[in-house]
Design a binder for this molecule. Structure first.
Ligand SMILES: [Zn+2]
Length: 363
């Protein structure tokens, strides 16, 4: 497959490309879309013999094949559905009075409307999206909000509204309906429970529970089948993000919509990620107790930042190495992001948990 050169963002060619990527089940290539802007780098990452090669992705981490438009829409239970482009996910419920959509990832974009249209044509319900729930304020998960028009009722945490008013992004109108702790969204005979349990990935990230379907959607917390995205999902509060995994498991769900990658989550996915994260934290504790910074001081003299960079890089590598070995083949891309995840965990151990090791009180 080839990517368009330059900053070409023609919608049709982009759609064709994504469809082709999906058909080829090229999930790792598509992952370049997360942070890479348009399509630059995607073809290079996918090319055989490229600059970096990684372990193959376990088939169990991959989801269903995408259709010709580049998406998959599936039923979870009853009137609850999920849609994915193999990198991002949204969820929607068809009600007697219209559709309640949770998140609008721009990479899925207009395919959200195609998926909703396909489902409602089949079940005879209205395709009109009446409510749009924001899991959190991040543009990669709700940046297609404006496609739903001005009349949709947008719902999010009060902090989400504050962040989006600050962002002033026409693609992400601030939610008109907000809540602080809990909100029960009832529409056309369907019910979603929106819960806030404090900051984790972001200050505004919420838990969306469909009790009648035993389904929880919480985004950027649990990554079914895969290690968490770089830097523990670029989370702003690591101790609370770690705690959010346990809060998620406290719901009586059977199906998890994690917001990322190509398949739904099962409870074993949550347990496995919690074990992976616990191993990172345990490794960080062991490393800070054993890694001697003296050689880095000797090597870099008066360059304080070089000393710290070398020390922290060495610590991350030491933490990551056994974790990669343990999880490779069990969690996809353990060899891709574990060093970055270890780095962030090591820093969280120092500055958030206050375990300072050799940088504690001077004797
Ligand atoms: Zn996010």
């Amino acid at each position: 497959m080839t990517a368009p050169s330059g900053p070409q963002r023609d919608a049709t060619s982009r759609r064709r490309f994504l469809a082709a990527a999906g058909t080829a089940a090229a999930v790792p290539a598509a992952a370049a879309l997360i942070g890479g802007g348009p399509l630059g780098g995607t073809a290079r990452a996918a090319a055989p013999g490229g600059p970096t090669s990684y372990a193959p992705i376990p088939p169990s981490a991959l989801g269903p094949a995408l259709n010709a438009d580049g998406y998959f829409v599936g039923n979870i239970s009853g009137n609850l559905y999920w849609v994915t482009d193999s990198v991002y996910q949204a969820m929607f419920v068809t009600t007697r009075s219209g559709v309640v959509l949770v998140d609008a990832p721009p990479t899925i974009g207009h395919n959200l409307l195609r998926a909703i249209s396909a489902v409602t044509q089949a079940n005879g319900r209205s395709a009109n999206v009446t409510h749009l729930v924001y899991s959190h304020s991040h543009g990669d998960h709700i940046g297609a909000s404006s496609l739903l028009g001005a009349d949709v009722v947008r719902i999010g945490h009060s902090e989400c509204r504050r962040l989006l008013l600050r962002a002033d992004d026409p693609n992400r109108p601030a939610p008109a309906v907000t809540f602080d702790d809990h909100y029960v969204l009832e529409a056309g005979g369907e019910r979603l429970l929106l819960d806030y349990h404090g900051p984790n990935h972001t200050p505004d990230n919420i838990f969306i529970y469909a009790p009648d379907h035993r389904t929880l959607m919480v985004v950027d917390v649990i990554f079914p089948g895969w290690v968490p995205f770089k830097n523990l999902a670029v989370s702003q509060d690591i101790p609370d993000w770690i705690r959010a995994q346990d809060i998620a498991m406290g719901y009586q769900w059977q199906t998890l919509v994690g917001g990322h990658l190509g398949r739904l989550g099962r409870r074993a996915d949550g347990d496995l990620q919690i074990a992976y994260v616990a191993d990172l934290l345990a490794g960080a504790r062991a490393t800070i107790a054993s890694l001697d910074p003296a050689p880095f001081f000797a090597e870099y003299g008066n360059n304080s930042w070089a000393i710290f960079k070398a020390y922290l890089d060495a610590a991350a590598a030491k933490v990551a190495s056994p974790v990669i070995a343990k999880y490779l083949g069990r969690l996809a891309a353990a060899d891709v992001f574990t060093a970055d995840n270890a780095y962030v965990m090591f820093e969280a151990l120092r500055v958030d948990y206050g375990t300072l090791g050799p940088f504690g009180d001077h004797p």
